[in-house]
Design a protein around this ligand. Structure first.
Ligand code: SF4
Length: 416
């Protein structure tokens, strides 16, 4: 019945959005949310501790890292996220997860979490060293919870967990993911309540399913499926209003990039970085830094893919075809441009993602434009465009070279 081997894997699809670069998938999640991508994709697998143990044996050994991105990240002890694909505290995972945790404690490998809570969540997480924990809230309507998340912990239980973890000092993110406005009776009341509880970080994401997931959906619900398949949501104004309201209440809201936080004391993950020993690049921090440099230098800031690679340095000084996986989320757009999702090095990943005119890659923001000289776009010696960031004149396509100043380079919390 079980087919796939579960291994520590790079979190390719969240690169530049979250500062934990690894994750571990777990057993199929018994919370069985009807809209869950992971379950709709029909995964059949079972955690095998012996297999994981072998992977962890790389840590501290003399083994040559070679081409393995996961092995490299494990060796450097970057945090592992449990888990964007299966809740560690779902009954199907409880026991196995606690045994994995023991293995990780033995090799001192840090953890971060994404969860909807569960029987063992509070006692396990309160015993963890300070870390990042994202807790998803989806509805305050019992009928909706019963229909789409019948086996997951209720809203009050999740809120209680969030508050206890925040009080403990963890970096707690509340995920309104997915956010479907119709699933909430009182979303403004929820925001006020979260604010009073001292919670400060909100992740807000639409509900989206692809055609394959739609076909695997467990019951007939045409209204839901029509909504889930729409790329541009008919209630986008309501979603936007929630983001704006949260922002006005003083929450960090992800994704709200660009210069939104230029006047704030820190970027989205600043609080988390002060708790841990590892640093991983995110666009939230990069754009925050660009805005700060623009404020100091008085001009828009331009940067090449090589500048970004130097700033984002994780020590990936080897070649591997696996780097192409970091481009997977943009395969359609990059394929259209004729380049495909091919990268042998870390810097090639960034060069490909600099093609912001082909798609909204992570380097795209309303404040970004192409750097030009006499109206002709400038490129680096490998053919990637040079980009420019300007908080004061967003939504323009080009910025002239003599209006801008170069990126000043590396400033990351681990160096200070
Ligand atoms: S809790 Fe998360 S992983 Fe589990 S079924 Fe629900 S959405 Fe999927």
């Amino acid at each position: 019945m079980y087919r796939n081997k579960i291994l520590f894997d790079p979190l390719y699809w969240q690169y530049l959005f979250v500062p934990w670069p690894l994750y571990l998938d777990l057993n199929p999640c018994a919370y069985a949310c009807a809209y869950c991508w992971s379950n709709l994709d029909g995964k059949k697998q079972e955690l095998d501790l012996q297999v994981l143990k072998k992977q962890l044996d790389f840590i501290g050994s003399d083994w040559e890292i070679g081409e393995g991105i996961a092995a490299f990240l494990l060796e450097k002890k970057y945090p592992v996220c449990f888990s964007p694909t299966s809740d560690p505290f779902a009954p199907s995972n409880e026991e196995a997860f606690l045994r994995v945790l023991e293995l990780l404690e033995e090799v001192n490998l840090p953890r971060t979490y994404e969860t909807r809570g569960g029987r063992l969540a509070a006692q396990t997480l309160l015993a963890e060293p300070l870390t990042a924990i994202s807790i998803a809230l989806t509805t305050d309507r019992p009928d909706i919870a019963q229909k789409y998340e019948p086996k997951a912990p209720c809203l009050e239980e999740r809120l209680e967990l969030a508050q206890a973890l925040k009080r403990q000092g963890h970096f707690v993110e509340i995920g309104l993911n997915p956010l479907v406005p119709a699933w909430w009776r009182d979303i403004n009341g929820l925001l006020e309540r979260l604010s009073k509880m001292g919670l400060t970080h909100l992740l807000i994401q639409d509900l989206n399913l692809n055609l394959r997931q739609r076909q695997a959906f467990p019951f007939q619900d045409d209204e839901f499926l029509t909504y889930a398949m729409k790329q541009s949501k008919p209630d986008w104004q309501e979603i936007w209003a929630v983001k704006e309201r949260a922002w006005k209440l003083g929450f960090y809201v992800d994704p709200l990039y660009g210069s939104n936080y230029a006047q704030w004391p820190d970027h989205y993950f600043g609080e988390y970085f002060r708790m841990v020993d590892t640093w991983v690049p995110t666009m939230q921090e990069f754009f925050f830094l660009l805005a700060r440099q623009q404020k100091e230098l008085g001009k828009p800031i331009y940067y090449s893919a090589a500048d970004f690679t130097a700033w984002a340095d994780l020590g990936f000084d080897f070649n591997s075809p696996s780097f192409g996986n970091y481009l997977g989320g943009w395969s359609r757009e990059l394929g259209r441009s004729g380049k495909g999702i091919w990268a042998q090095t870390f810097s090639e990943v960034h060069r490909q993602l600099f093609a912001i005119y082909n798609s909204k890659t992570p380097f795209w923001a309303e404040e970004t434009s192409l750097l030009c000289q006499a109206s002709a776009p400038l490129f680096d010696d490998q053919g990637a465009p040079i980009l420019c960031f300007d908080c004061l004149a967003p939504r323009r396509d080009f910025t002239e070279l003599d209006e801008a100043t170069p990126f000043r380079g590396r400033e990351n919390p681990m160096e200070e």
